[in-house]
Design a protein around this ligand. Sequence first.
Ligand SMILES: [Zn+2]
Length: 242
Amino acid sequence: MWQTNAVVMRAGEETMLIDSPYFPDELEALPGLLAGAGFEPDALVATHADYDHLLGRLAFPELALGMGEPSVERLHREPGAAQRELRDKDAELYVERPRPLALGHVQALPVPGSIELGSEELELHPAEGHTPDGMAVMARWCGVLCAGDYLSNVEIPMVEAGLGDYRATLARLAPLVEAAETVVPGHGGPHTRDVALRILDEDADYLDVLERGDEKPKLPAGRDTREQRKINAENLQRLHRR
Ligand SMILES: [Zn+2]
């Protein structure tokens, strides 16, 4: 759904799953697929607390889920919200699950900060603006940036927190993208550095258009769809009702 991505990374003897697929058949296939490839996860991480990123424990119920401190705070502020939203979306899509989502004990990770993965280090960078929480995960040793719900080729910026926060996140992501070989957004295809830099520019331009309150802006090429116009209308509603 929504071209949602999960990324699995291995360094030395340790493997981590970042974010999650959505559909039950994908989640059911995941452990076998990853084990067959020698990428059996020891840990789960989510880039932010939106329900479509939290489903790793449906595939690996024995593993703990790690999230940035702001995401853990958000879960505590909105108890049960992720489970409720997942149930609603499942009902809309006629999706049935073998068991409900239980997040278990969520482990808070330092953002900004870093965590160890085997012999290497994963950098955790704050990424707010889409939501009030969020982090980007940079694996510098292999040139991969997991951007969370930013830099998508299929979705315009969905600004649920502040415009200022969103702009600050794009500015923070720019040097990370420069240092990356592959950028994986939460939704859509993985990008080369150059494509990600182009999207970053388009998104910064879109934020300017959004700030001006333009009702019918030209959306970036490939993202000028009815669904994205709906997201634009929701952004306008959120940002200009004050
Ligand atoms: Zn998402």
